[in-house]
Design a protein around this ligand. Structure first.
Ligand code: 6GU
Length: 243
């Protein structure tokens, strides 16, 4: 997979691309990341990329022409047609289903928004999708680009060390994950839940399912879709609700 990132802050990506799973994915050749400075696609002497908003108001807006020039240039560059994504707090929220979709693309272009926004005609006429990473405001799309990259890299077939650990995780079944424990058995007076020490795999499985359901019910009830639940799950939820 090839990911092109269009940004006003190329230096932002220097060390993150060398570390952790993104670094590994790049070294293994599972993913190729290319960083482009948006300013290089401006045409005036001052390399202007922004301007004041029509209609007034505070802050500066990214002008459409440099972004359009960059995208028209990148479209001519191999390999093949890209999926163009604008990173903006006005986008649709990133979730694991969207990550999966993106991870299947041969080529992505991630545009990092900046300042108060991007001229809407770029979003409307040059982008396939607009994505937000959550309901809070960042000063630019760069951290969001790294979030997308990390989430997408770890789904590339070649990358993850232990392929099983992908399925059991939070969000794969729409629920938050159950809690994890490792040694020591008692940490600062707090013991590990007994059931995990029994070696009874069926009891462990049941306990973990209950933990996942109750935690999700408590803090992210919107994630629970009845269609995805077994009769056992529904019984557990009825018990949880009673408490
Ligand atoms: Cl993608 N960009 C910015 N600037 N803020 C955000 C965001 C993106 N997602 C959540 N907040």
């Amino acid at each position: 997979m090839v990911v092109d990132i269009l940004t006003l802050a190329p230096g932002y990506f220097a060390s993150p691309l060398q570390e952790g799973m993104i670094g590994r994915g790049i070294r293994q050749g599972a993913i190729r990341v290319r960083i482009f400075q948006l300013r290089e696609f401006s045409t005036d002497r001052h390399r202007t990329v922004d301007d004041r908003p029509f209609g007034g108001g505070a802050g500066m807006i990214l002008k459409p022409e440099p972004i359009a020039r960059a995208l028209n240039f990148l479209r001519q560059v191999p390999p093949g047609p890209p999926q163009v994504v604008l990173l903006t707090p006005r986008g649709r929220p990133l979730d694991q289903a969207l990550v999966k979709k993106l991870s299947g693309k041969r080529r992505l272009i991630l545009i990092c928004g900046r300042y108060e926004g991007v001229d809407e005609r770029i979003a409307a006429h040059y982008c396939h999708d607009q994505i937000s990473i959550g309901d809070y405001v960042l000063s630019g799309g760069e951290p969001a680009a790294l979030v997308v990259l990390d989430a997408v890299v770890r789904l590339q077939p070649q990358v993850l060390g232990c392929p099983e650990s992908k399925d059991e995780e939070s969000y794969e079944d729409g629920l938050l994950e159950y809690p994890h424990y490792t040694r020591p058995r008692i940490f600062e007076g707090h013991p590990v839940p007994e059931v995990l020490l029994t070696g009874d795999h069926e009891r462990v499985r049941h306990w973990r399912r209950r933990q996942a359901l109750s935690r999700t019910w408590e803090i992210r009830p919107g994630l629970i879709r009845e269609e995805g639940l077994t009769p056992d799950d529904l019984q557990l939820i009825r018990e949880i609700k009673k408490r």
